[in-house]
Design a protein around this ligand. Structure first.
Ligand code: AMP
Length: 420
């Protein structure tokens, strides 16, 4: 049997209701905060990501779907959105039109990770990027938006973790200290962390290996070495979150090991989804635009994983979807009048009613069963004696009431079905 590729998933019609509801909440929340939607191609030149995300990250070093196309260009399916959005901002000079650009997106992403619950190879993210301002309100705004969306989805078991990476200079000073500390423990580090010692030392905090975690318990913490500017920025973010009544904790080990990350980093964790517990992550990236050959603009953003959020909703039974209904099912008893029924259905659909009819030459009983299965609000019966007399029978499926209407009076039928 032909199957979808491991780590990819069909989203079947039964599940679409949850996606639509989530998307509606996402779009509406971003509208309230004045973020504009951006859609970018599914694939880009590889260098956008290798430079925009960083060679030393897991994403670039082992997870990207990269291939040469027929003209020999290295192409990558997008593993995340930030680099792509920044590329679009620079390419279209959007920063010249607006000093601050606030974007949001909903998009599939691709990463060749080991599939497990909450970890896929094609997954979907919604997220935002605000580019052009270093205002700490925007760092807070990202966290508030993400938190508010998750709350509107009814999630209870979520917690917000924040940290500050400060500005580049204080981080470089701190990295020296960390290197000195870890040099004394180098032989006890895992092989992966030994590599990170040279390539991306901050990421050793992310290690899941017990031996690394034990060492890192006593490591100096970046947050204790922040300069005044960074401390002030962080303080403003915290105050804004307190004002917005967003509960949060400071996690000094929450790092993003890339040079262009500055100031705030954050994650929202769920205790309802097992080991892949991060529903969303984000932070400030003041050096990225310049890194991608654009102007030196500050930015901040976040991305949230839709499949993982829906898994959390399912486990918390928090997202209730209304049963889908159609307005009308047309039951046709006599095959001679199928044409009439088909045209009538089109007519109703043009009037913005959702209408179904029989395409399988089913019996009257089977058609009525189908109307029930589709949760049709009304059934229109065409056939028999009434039809000979130019009459149609409209049945209200919620109370069983039947009404006979002239076939010439379609407007009356429509207004009955619409309920006005
Ligand atoms: P990141 O872009 O790595 O910061 O991830 C942001 C969010 O996307 C995570 O918190 C997850 O919810 C989601 N995510 C990341 N990778 C995957 C994946 N392989 N499968 C499903 N969701 C993912």
């Amino acid at each position: 049997m032909m199957k979808a590729i491991t780590g990819t998933k069909d989203i079947l019609p039964d599940e679409i209701g949850k996606w639509r509801k989530l998307e509606k909440i996402v779009i509406n929340t971003f509208r309230n905060y004045n973020y504009k939607e951006i859609r970018t191609p599914v694939f880009e030149e590889t260098k956008i990501f290798s430079r925009g995300i960083g060679e030393s990250t897991d994403i670039v070093s082992k997870e990207m779907y990269t291939f040469l196309d027929r003209s020999g260009t290295s192409i990558t399916l997008k593993p995340e959105m930030t680099a792509t959005v920044v590329r679009a901002l620079i390419e279209h000079s959007l920063y010249k039109k607006n000093s601050l650009n606030k974007f949001f997106y909903i998009s599939p992403m691709f990463r060749q990770e080991r599939p497990q619950a909450g970890r896929l190879r094609q997954f979907h993210q919604f997220g935002a990027e605000a580019i052009g301002s270093n205002n700490p309100f925007l760092d807070a705004e990202m966290i508030i938006i993400a938190f508010r969306i998750l709350k509107q989805l009814g999630l209870k078991n979520i917690s917000v973790k924040i940290n500050s990476l400060g500005v580049h200079q204080s981080r470089e000073k701190y990295k020296k200290l960390l290197r000195e500390f870890l040099a004394d423990h180098f032989n006890d580090l895992s092989n992966e962390s030994k590599k990170r010692f040279d390539t991306n030392i901050l990421r050793i905090f992310d290690s899941k290996e017990e031996q690394d975690q034990k060492i890192m318990e006593n490591a100096p913490l970046l947050i204790e070495y922040l300069d005044d500017e960074s401390l002030e920025h962080f303080e403003k973010v915290k105050i804004s979150l307190l004002d917005a009544k967003i509960p949060f904790e400071i996690d000094p080990k929450l790092v993003r090991g890339l040079d262009y990350y500055t100031h705030t980093t954050f994650e929202i964790i769920s205790s309802s989804v097992g080991s892949q517990s991060a529903l969303c992550g984000g932070g400030r990236y003041n050096g990225l635009c310049k890194e991608l050959d654009g102007p030196d603009l500050p930015g901040v953003g976040f991305a949230a994983g839709i499949e993982r959020i829906l898994l959390a909703c399912e486990n918390e039974k928090s997202l209730n979807i209304d049963e889908e209904k159609i307005d009308l099912y047309i039951v046709t008893i006599n095959p001679v009048i199928y044409n009439y029924a088909f045209n009538l259905a089109i007519n109703f659909r043009e009037k913005n009613l959702s209408v179904e009819m029989d395409y399988l030459n089913r019996s009257l009983k089977a058609q009525m069963r189908e109307a029930n299965k589709l949760n049709s609000r009304y059934v229109l019966i065409i056939g028999g004696e009434e039809f000979q007399n130019n009459l149609l029978v409209l049945k209200n499926m919620s109370n069983g009431e039947q009404l006979t209407v002239s076939a010439n009076d379609i407007d009356k039928l429509i207004s009955l079905i619409r309920g006005n």
